[in-house]
Design a protein around this ligand. Sequence first.
Ligand code: ZN
Length: 207
Amino acid sequence: MHGFIRPGAGWIEVITGPMFSGKSEELIRRLRRAAIARQRLQVFKPVLDDRYANGEVVSHSRWRIPSETVERSEEIISALDPRTDVVGIDEAQFFDDGLPGVCRHLADLGKRVIVAGLDMDYRGVPFGPMPELLAIAEQVQKITAICARCGAPASYTQRLVGSSEQVVVGAAGVYEARCRRCHEPDGAVEGEERWLIPPPDPAEAPE
Ligand SMILES: [Zn+2]
């Protein structure tokens, strides 16, 4: 086992920004480059993100990469193949608070860890484990989208509907990117929910 541990070789990089900024695109770009370099990849995403496909990380364009879906961050450790060189994690904002510790552990093992996620929710509030990840990462890339209202660089995600019944992820018409000046944290929001994806209901789970 020790042959797979390369102390000092690991690090954490974070790709963050609002919706429609191309975070998954950038994650996939980096993973493809690693694959071309014949490095072994594993990609994880939380069970909440079922955008377009199961078992794949899909960007808003057509690039996709196979992924493993996990419910809790510690499952990344148990699912880890010791031979893996690069660990990709998408939609990191939906993970539990254990994710930064998991990423630190992976980096200590010598893995390159690439994390993509929203830095803020639609209210402009730091999202889930992302603040800590941004703090402990060796490298952070914040990318902007284009403000749907004025065309300026956009760092905020604007929620456009208030219905708590609506379960839509990444859909145009429900969210759009906005700049600081155009962002309305309370716009169109009626419910208590922090995001439009409700947490999984154990009572409704299959089986
Ligand atoms: Zn604007």
